[in-house]
Ligand binder design. Structure first.
Ligand SMILES: [Zn+2]
Ligand SMILES: [Zn+2]
Length: 127
């Protein structure tokens, strides 16, 4: 496993895999420091990008513009409230259930997908 990855990339991947939740670059940076594996924020982001290109890490955007990262294997999607920003996980992946039925151009190799649903939670729903 983790063949062809640098030590830094393996560190980041391990932190993501042991975390129960998605992590931002900032949080990864902070956790790395706590584990005595400190690396600069720019290094974290650069390696996250490599991990994404290697198909090992997925990320999603929050309405705030923040990016959250998780291991590729974690196929979880979220319903996010536009008002308060809270995210609730979907209990299953609709893409996984139906298969990725896309008119994929010839030669394109899909690595992962993201699916985000935005709206208002019960608390913030406009009257
Ligand atoms: Zn809300
Ligand atoms: Zn999915």
């Amino acid at each position: 496993m983790a063949k062809g990855l640098s030590d830094r990339q393996r560190q980041i991947l391990r932190i993501l895999e042991t975390s129960s939740k998605e992590l931002s670059g900032q949080e990864l940076h902070k956790l790395g420091c706590e584990l005595g594996q400190s690396m600069g924020l720019a290094t974290v982001y650069r390696n996250l990008r490599v991990l994404q290109q290697a198909g090992r890490v997925r990320c999603r955007h929050l309405p705030s513009g923040e990016l959250l990262y998780s291991p590729l294997e974690r196929d979880v999607h979220h319903l996010t409230c536009l008002e308060c920003g809270t995210s609730q996980p979907l209990t299953s992946c609709p893409v996984e259930q139906q298969g990725l039925k896309l008119p994929t151009p010839e030669g394109f190799e899909p690595l992962f997908h993201t699916l985000e649903v935005f709206g208002y939670c019960a608390k913030c729903k406009p009257e």
